[in-house]
Design a protein around this ligand. Structure first.
Ligand code: MN3
Length: 241
């Protein structure tokens, strides 16, 4: 570890010990009330519905809301906490034999927990008006509100099997997009922000490493620019300030 790496690691560890990540994140995740989805110890919790079970009648019935929130969503919270514990156990025991299973569980239940938490909030007994900015972005991204409605309905209706239709902000082209998420998001949790991706498609390593993906991942770990990653991480944290 060189001096820069030491300082970076120290800064991260120092910050973590003074402000545990969970409470740091919790204080900032006000968007969609996501601060209500985790407690101060970092354990995920079921947020209360922001209205009564029957508040969306007759469009969405009381019985469906009860089952959906109290049984299905609660199940994702439980599954996410279990996956989180099991992954910690794997680290503690240095035993990653079934890590694929727990990573799938982490994504499936995490996707379920976060998407449902957002889903409850985007519905309500009152509809209100769209803001000037939202209208502007809908027009810029989909041509018109009607264009958005048609795309959103078509894409959501065409999800293969179980899943979601999601309108998201895409910050690179600064626009809104609609995407499908099969199941709860196919191995992602949707609220996460990429910090350190590694491409494990064969085209990324096959010429040099052939079928030895593990060797390529070890090599990748040697070329990470931690200074850059740290800067991007700091910027990401600042998004929630
Ligand atoms: Mn559901």
């Amino acid at each position: 570890m060189n001096k820069r790496e030491f300082l970076t690691a120290g800064a991260v560890l120092g910050a973590a010990s003074v402000f545990p990540m969970t409470s740091l994140a919790q204080s900032k995740l006000k968007i969609n009330n996501l601060d209500k989805t985790v407690d101060s110890s970092g354990k995920y919790i079921l947020p209360e519905l922001p209205y009564a079970y029957n508040a969306l009648e007759p469009h969405i019935d009381e019985q469906t809301m009860k089952l959906h929130h109290d049984i299905h969503h609660a199940g994702y919270v439980k599954g996410l906490n279990t996956a989180t514990d099991k992954i910690q156990e794997a680290i503690n025991n240095n035993d990653f034999a079934i890590i694929k299973h727990w990573e799938r569980e982490l994504a499936f239940h995490g996707g379920g927990h976060f998407l449902h938490s957002i889903f409850w909030n985007v519905m309500g007994p009152k509809q209100g008006n769209r803001s000037t900015d939202l209208n502007k972005y809908i027009n810029k991204s989909f041509g018109s509100f009607d264009g958005f409605v048609k795309l959103f309905a078509a894409a959501s209706g065409a999800v293969e099997g179980s899943g979601w239709g999601i309108m998201s902000y895409e910050p690179v082209a600064d626009k809104l997009i609609v995407m499908q998420a099969e199941r709860q998001g196919n191995l992602t949790q949707w609220v996460t922000i990429p910090i350190l991706p590694v491409d494990v498609w064969e085209h990324a390593y096959y010429l040099k490493y052939q079928n030895k993906r593990g060797d390529y991942i070890k090599a990748f770990m040697n070329v990470i620019n931690w200074e850059y990653v740290s800067e991007q991480f700091d910027k990401t944290l600042a998004l929630y300030k």
